[in-house]
Design a protein around this ligand. Sequence first.
Ligand code: ATP
Length: 572
Amino acid sequence: MKFKELAELFQQLEKTSSNLKMIDLICDFLKKTTPEEAKLTAYLLQGKIAPDYKGLELGLAEKLVIKAIALAFQQDVGKVEKLFKELGDLGDVAKSLAKEKPSSLEIQDVFNDLKKIALTQGKGSQEKKLEILAIILKKSSPLEAKYIVRSVLGTLRLGASDMTFLYALSKVLFGSKEGKKKLEEVFNILSDLGEVAYLALKKGKKALEKVEPILGVPIRMMLAQRVKDIKEIKENIENEIFVEVKYDGERIQAHLDGNEIILFSRRHENITNQFPDIIEDLKKNIKVKNAILEGEVVAVDKDGKLLPFQVLMQRRRKYDIHEYVKKIPVKYFLFDLLYLNGENLLYKPLKERKQKLESIIKKTEKIEIAKYSVCSPTNEDEIEREFLNALKEGGEGVMIKDSNSVYESGVRAWRWLKFKKDYKEELVDTFDVVVIGGIYGTGKRSKTYGSLLVALYDPEKNKYFSFTKVGAGFTDEELENLPKKLKKYEIKEKSKLVESQIEPDVWFEPKVVMEIKGADLTISPVHTVLREKIKKGGIALRFPRFVRWRDDKSPEQATTVQEVFQIYKKNL
Ligand code: ATP
């Protein structure tokens, strides 16, 4: 299929902010593609050339793209820069310079070239990237050039989420949105939208039943629901429970295949290089053919005492890793086993997974099994005692897990519950919110933002709804760093994914996640969370304050409007 048709789809998607319309547009498009082209479409729609876990990024610098445009359309760089100033977008610049021509580019051609650009590295790579881009732009029509440029810059922003795509795929395959759940289950195991599209369209519905974990491919992680009171546990779980320390670190999925080990974060980044110490211990102490393990990595001090998440975040670095291995030692607390010696354990009950996990782990200085005890869900006194013990251990609370539950990949199910210390101390929980705007500060804050406008995510609508403005809780250093941290997400207009009545001084692409606390939930005339349902206004958070950045979370993993509605109802 010609790339021109995909560029036309991009244009239509860009014009709409309705998720339903996007689903229909993508569905109609997928009906015309081959399974191979559907796979590439899944990536290109998000400006990607591979699933996230492969870490292949385009993200070329503006300067380089300006040079490539100049070369492709035989203009001098100064003229391209001038046009950029006028139009404000390099995609539009390329569009204005390209000539209409019969389409010659296939989707596959464009994809191959973009991939080549991403893969070109090392000495002289900038020149090579520039050349490949210039050649493809030369062959492009105006519309094609616009979207190729936006793709390489990482500014495509069509707004179609993974779930939008899965709904569209379901409509193609099942004739309705009914099949989305099944497709999502497959996506949760393969973590590759392109592969899901290919499998579904090439092999049909039956193939979706037999999807197994693949070593080296991250499985989307099972999540927990929050409970505010120990009494709520028995309302949700009947079986025996594991009451386990909730460690305040980073969730890591380890894939062991012979001597090769890969570590994945919950955003599916390959973070193997950051933990040579954990890798070494895993290699020495786990003797299996292959396995997929899950646990929480936590920073510890010299005496093995657990330290907060912020300390661990200093290990997130590209350079000086070995120095930081010594400076910030860590421990990996394992709590689940998803695959062992070729056997898929996702559908085995947790108690069996845990038994197997314990049979393969030898405790070392860096690795141990997460501490837990087995209780009845009705024994509130014992659960309370375990909770207090967990706090003493340095945990932030407990995870309560149904011993009979299967591993529900990617799902925030009521089979895992979390009960944290904050829930007891504060009126309300913490929220992971997405930064959507900035309001300039005055006085002491004149060089930075006085507050940030933040939003909750609605996965059903694929939209971000304004929830509160956060100005408190930042240290002086964090405040000073805000403009730098947020600069690359600045956009000229409100993102079409954002619903807000407040007009901040600066709009941001909804990308950065932060954790906040507040006094209570209220109805606000200006905020937009569930405004349609509540009518008088939207749910908002009063007296919010910043707790920490959650760079380990993607915006789609932020707190949802549905979760907040549940909390709001309980607090009424
Ligand atoms: P929170 O902000 O409370 O960590 P979250 O939204 O980041 O929540 P949840 O899935 O809701 O993530 O809470 C579970 C998280 O707690 C896991 O993702 C994991 O990182 C962490 N965790 C710590 N200890 C455990 C444990 N023993 N079992 C499972 N998860 C644990």
